[in-house]
Design a protein around this ligand. Structure first.
Ligand code: BGC
Length: 445
C-alpha cells in the first residue's frame, strides 16, 4: 500500500473516533435567552440551606492552614468573620433567609488542640450552637473534615501516613457521640480530590507539596478514612445519615476535534471524579482493595461549581483565567458559569444509587452582578432535574457570607451576605434576597 493510503486510513479512523466521542459525550449548552428561570417547582420535602466551613469563618484558629498561611505567599485568615464570637448573630441571618438546613464544619484543632487533650469549652460551644439551630427550626448538617486539621496531626504527616487515620477516626467518634442525638446528617470529608490535589500536587493548600505519588496516596487514605468512619458511626447510631461531599468538576476538551484534548480531559476526569466514584461503588482505588469504602454512603453530597476546558497545556497554578466557551460568562474565580453541567454531575453521582444532596453551589462575585443569575440558573436546573425524576433532596448555597477563600484569601467573595472585614458588619446582597424569595416561594407551592 502507498503511504497516502495509510494516511487516508488514519484520517478516517481519527475522524470516526472524534465524531463518536462528540456524539457519546455532548457538551450541553442551553439558550438561556428563551428560558424563564422563575418557572420552577419543588416538592414540599425539598430542603434549602446554606453552607460554610470552620476555618473560613470562625477566625482565631491555629491549625495546618494557619501554619501554611505564615510560610506561603497567601493572605492570613486572622479573624476571618469572627464567627466564633458572633455565631448567634450569624444564626439570626440564617433565620432571616428562611433556610431549613445549615451545613457547617467542626474545627478539629479547637476540639483537640493537642493529641488526646479535649477542649471542653469548644465542645460545649458547638453543642450550644447545635441547640440554637434546633431551637430556630434549622437542621444542622455537620462536616467532620473541611480541609483543616490540627498542626500536631499535620506534623505526623496527616493523611499521607495511613497509620494516622485512626487519630481522625477517634476524633470523629468522640464528636459524633456527643452530638448525634441532635444532628442526623453528617458529611465525613469535604472534597477528598480537592484536598489531595491542591495540597500535594498544586502546592496551593497545606502542606504545599508537588508529588503525584503523595497525591494519590492521600486521596486513597482520605477515602479509606471515610469508609472506616462511616461504619464506626453507623454502629453508634444507625439512624444518622452519613455521606461525603464530592466536588464534581467536569473536564471537557477545549477543542472538540482534538483527540489530545479528549485524552487529557478523560485522564483528568478519571483522577478527579472517576477514581472516587469507582471506589465508593466497587471498593477499589488505584489498584488497592478498600472493602469498607464500598457502599459507605447514605447520601452523596455534590459540590458543583463549573467545568474546566482542558488541553495538554494545563496551568500549574490557578492564578490564571481558565479558558471558556465564547458565550460563557467568567466568574471572579476565573472559571466560567456553566449551570447546564449540573445535569451531568448529578447523573455521574446517581450511579452511586443513594440520594443526592447538593452540598455546595455558588460563585465568587464581588459586586453581586453575576450571582443573581448564577443562582437562578442553578436553582432552575435543580427544578428541571427533579422533574426528570432525579433524587435530589436539598440545595445548599455556598456561602452564607463572604469568607476566607483558602489560597485566594479574602479577594474572592462568595457570600449571600457581604462582610465588611473592618467592622464585621454583614449586609444582605441582592442575591441574598433573591434566595430568600426562592425559598419562600417554594414553600408556598
Ligand atoms: C470548598 C469551599 C470553597 C468553595 C469555593 C469548595 O470547593 O468546599 O471551601 O470555599 O469551593 O471555592
Amino acid at each position: 500500500m502507498e503511504w497516502w493510503t495509510y494516511l487516508s486510513f488514519a484520517a478516517v479512523i481519527y475522524v470516526a473516533t472524534i465524531v463518536s466521542l462528540r456524539m457519546l459525550y455532548p457538551e450541553k449548552h442551553l439558550d438561556w435567552s428563551i428560558i424563564d428561570e422563575t418557572q420552577r417547582t419543588f416538592p414540599e420535602s425539598f430542603q434549602w440551606g446554606v453552607a460554610t466551613a470552620s476555618h473560613q469563618i470562625e477566625g482565631g484558629n491555629s491549625n495546618n492552614w494557619t501554619e501554611f498561611e505564615t510560610r506561603s505567599n497567601i493572605e492570613e485568615s486572622g479573624d476571618a468573620c469572627d464567627h466564633w464570637n458572633r455565631w448567634q448573630e450569624d444564626f439570626q441571618l440564617l433565620e432571616e433567609l428562611g433556610v431549613a438546613t445549615y451545613r457547617f464544619s467542626l474545627e478539629w484543632s479547637r476540639i483537640e488542640p493537642e493529641k488526646g487533650h479535649w477542649n471542653a469549652e469548644a465542645l460545649q460551644q458547638y453543642s450550644d450552637m447545635i441547640d440554637d439551630l434546633c431551637r430556630r427550626g434549622i437542621r444542622p448538617m455537620i462536616t467532620l473534615h473541611h480541609f483543616s486539621h490540627p498542626q500536631w496531626f499535620e506534623q505526623r504527616e496527616g493523611f499521607l501516613d495511613k497509620d494516622n487515620i485512626g487519630l481522625w477516626v477517634h476524633y470523629c467518634e468522640k464528636v459524633f457521640e456527643r452530638y448525634c442525638d441532635r444532628v442526623t446528617d453528617w458529611c465525613t470529608v469535604n472534597e477528598p480530590e480537592v484536598f489531595s490535589i491542591m495540597g500535594y500536587f498544586m502546592k496551593m493548600f497545606p502542606p504545599g507539596k508537588r508529588s503525584l505519588r503523595s497525591t494519590l496516596t492521600v486521596m486513597r487514605n482520605v477515602v479509606q478514612a471515610h469508609g472506616i468512619v462511616y461504619h464506626r458511626l453507623k454502629q453508634h447510631n444507625p439512624v444518622c445519615r452519613i455521606g461525603l461531599a464530592k466536588n464534581v468538576t467536569l473536564f471537557d476538551p477545549l477543542k472538540r476535534w482534538n483527540l489530545l484534548h479528549w485524552t487529557t480531559s478523560a485522564a483528568l476526569n478519571f483522577v478527579w471524579n472517576g477514581a472516587i466514584v469507582r471506589a465508593l461503588k466497587k471498593g477499589t482505588m488505584f489498584g488497592k482493595k478498600m472493602p469498607l469504602v464500598r457502599g459507605s454512603l447514605d447520601f452523596i453530597g455534590l459540590n458543583y461549581y463549573t467545568h474546566v476546558l482542558t488541553s495538554p497545556f494545563l496551568p500549574q497554578t490557578n492564578e490564571v483565567n481558565f479558558p471558556k466557551r465564547s458565550h460563557e460568562t467568567m466568574t471572579d474565580f476565573g472559571y466560567p458559569m456553566y449551570a447546564e453541567g449540573l445535569e451531568r454531575a448529578v447523573k455521574m453521582l446517581e450511579t452511586l444509587e443513594v440520594p443526592i444532596e447538593i452540598t455546595e453551589n455558588g460563585t465568587a462575585d464581588q459586586h453581586d452582578t453575576l450571582r443573581p443569575i448564577h443562582l437562578q440558573r442553578h436553582v432552575w436546573m435543580v427544578s428541571e432535574l427533579l422533574q426528570q425524576g432525579h433524587d435530589i433532596r436539598s440545595y445548599y448555597h455556598w456561602s452564607l457570607m463572604d469568607n476566607f477563600e483558602w489560597a485566594e484569601g479574602y479577594s474572592l467573595r462568595f457570600g449571600l451576605y457581604h462582610v465588611d472585614y473592618q467592622t464585621q458588619v454583614r449586609t444582605l446582597r441582592q442575591s441574598g434576597s433573591i434566595y430568600r424569595d426562592i425559598i419562600n416561594e417554594a414553600s408556598q407551592d
